[in-house]
Design a protein around this ligand. Structure first.
Ligand code: HEM
Length: 445
């Protein structure tokens, strides 16, 4: 009301100023022409004139109190409402004519517009009550949501609790140790189980949420026949006795958990892991194309691009790529699997940052001979002793500055490598498996 009143006062003053220079009859004429358009405006104007005619028509001669009085008379007798409008109007009244010199026009509205007030009031009522209603609903909705979340978590927990993961761990390690004894050459299934876990997950495509470890689709065509999965049939077969012992644990959980167990039991970091994967009936949802990365794309730049294409597709950046490849500290290449030969480090059953140290400190040259005979396998590199190896993509980690930066960090700081590896490997294992994502207790989604 205060604003309305001061606006009235201001416009009456403007009107008075205009009266000094304009012919009052013209205003009357204009007013008469618009009478039909807005009867109340005309009446208001008429009253204003009557009152002003008793004055000197000099704006200075009229006091502020008198102007207020004029306004009270007009609004009181004729219920006139004022409002400022920024648009130009075609039905200009005398009052609006006085203000055309400014960018704003003053428009008179009659109480006929009361309906607008009603609409506005109803809308306000609706908004206020909806807000209050939503406010009242919020606590019960939150409680219901939490109860639902808790029951889902509980269902998963019950499902997982059917299987004691500590017993599964023991069974996996029994397989690894019994097999190692049989081999007796210092090699182990541990690296192969880590590779199995990674290859189950490495098919993931973030853009359409396809692939990943859910379903354990590597048991079926086409994934079983991917060139990059050569040799992993042995790992899957070695885990069959564990699956037979723990039938409630899905293959998908078992294959990924075997990787976790082998990292941890080989001296590596603790990997956050959760069950929740299911087994699919067949491989119909697998990509016919082998989505896993190649060991050699043909030159430094192509290797960088090839690795980034595959890992970025899954949602990993340069730092995560380097951290993940640190798993090559474990295990070895087999001529009857990938065609490459040899281990990356001198301690292939120990999880460490040795891979990064050797990448930087050894002189790596193309492998030319094997056991005294010419090397006929795919291009690979060997150290000065010829006992250790690097794949072309491994050496790309030191050739590409964006990767090398992380190799240098991890070579110096094993704790940092363990921390980053654990995070990246846990992320890898959960790709495409929402139930398997391990979150802190306070994070619900
Ligand atoms: C550009 C990415 C990668 C390429 C091209 C690659 C390639 C290979 C190849 C060719 C082998 C030898 C397989 C054999 O002959 O048995 C191998 C083994 C291995 N890879 Fe990778 N790898 C990559 C990334 C990774 C990642 C991300 C991990 C784990 C996080 C991993 C873990 C392993 C392990 C542990 C082995 C040893 C397997 C064994 O001892 O049987 N690799 N990799």
């Amino acid at each position: 009301m205060v604003v309305l009143f001061s606006t009235l006062r201001q416009n009456v003053c403007i009107f008075l100023a205009q009266m000094e220079t304009n012919n009052i009859n013209n205003h009357q004429k204009t007013n008469n022409e618009n009478r039909n358009n807005n009867h109340d405006i005309a009446v208001a104007y008429h009253y204003l004139l009557n009152i002003l005619e008793t004055k000197t028509c000099q704006k200075d001669a009229i006091t502020a109190a008198e102007v207020d009085h004029i306004i009270v008379v007009i609004t009181g007798r004729h219920n006139i409402m004022y409002r400022l409008s920024s648009s130009s109007t075609t039905s200009q009244t005398a009052a609006t004519t006085t203000t055309t010199t400014t960018s704003h026009h003053t428009t008179l509205y009659s109480w006929n517009d009361r309906s607008r007030l009603y609409v506005f009031s109803i809308l306000t009522m609706l908004v206020v009550n909806t807000a209050r209603f939503a406010n009242r609903l919020a606590p019960p909705a939150a409680m219901a949501g939490f109860a639902l979340y808790a029951s889902i978590q509980d269902a998963h927990a019950k499902e997982a609790s059917k299987t004691d993961l500590n017993q599964v761990r023991q069974a996996i390690m029994d397989v690894v140790e019994t097999d190692a004894e049989k081999r007796g050459d210092g090699t182990s299934l541990a690296g192969t189980f880590i590779r199995l876990a990674w290859h189950c997950c490495g098919t993931y495509k973030a853009s359409d949420d396809s692939g990943g470890s859910n379903g354990a689709r590597m048991r079926f065509h086409p994934e079983a026949d991917y060139g990059n999965n050569a040799g992993l049939d042995k790992a899957r077969a070695a885990l069959e006795p564990v699956k037979a012992k723990f039938p409630d644990l899905s293959y998908a959980d078992l294959y990924t958990y075997a990787g976790v167990v082998c990292v941890e039991e080989s001296g590596g970091p603790k990997i956050p892991f959760k069950t929740g994967r299911v087994d699919f009936e067949d491989g119909s949802t697998s990509d016919k194309e082998d989505r896993l990365p190649n060991a050699n794309y043909g030159g430094r730049d192509k290797n960088v691009a090839g690795m980034r294409a595959v890992f970025n597709r899954m949602g990993f950046d340069d730092q995560e790529i380097v951290a993940l490849l640190g798993a090559h500290a474990m295990g070895r290449c087999h001529t009857d699997a990938s065609g490459f030969w040899g281990p990356w480090t001198n301690a292939e059953t120990t999880f460490s940052n040795e891979y990064f140290r050797l990448l930087l400190e050894e002189r790596w040259s193309p492998k030319m001979t094997h056991n005294g005979k010419p090397w006929t396998g795919p291009d690979q590199f060997e150290d000065s002793t010829g006992k250790l190896m690097m794949l072309p993509v491994d050496l790309t980690l030191v050739a590409e500055p964006a990767f090398r930066k992380w190799v240098e960090i991890y070579a110096k700081d094993e704790d940092k490598f363990f921390k980053d590896f654990a995070a990246a490997f846990a992320k890898l294992l959960a790709l495409g498996v929402p139930n398997a994502i391990v979150k802190p207790w306070y994070q619900f989604w």
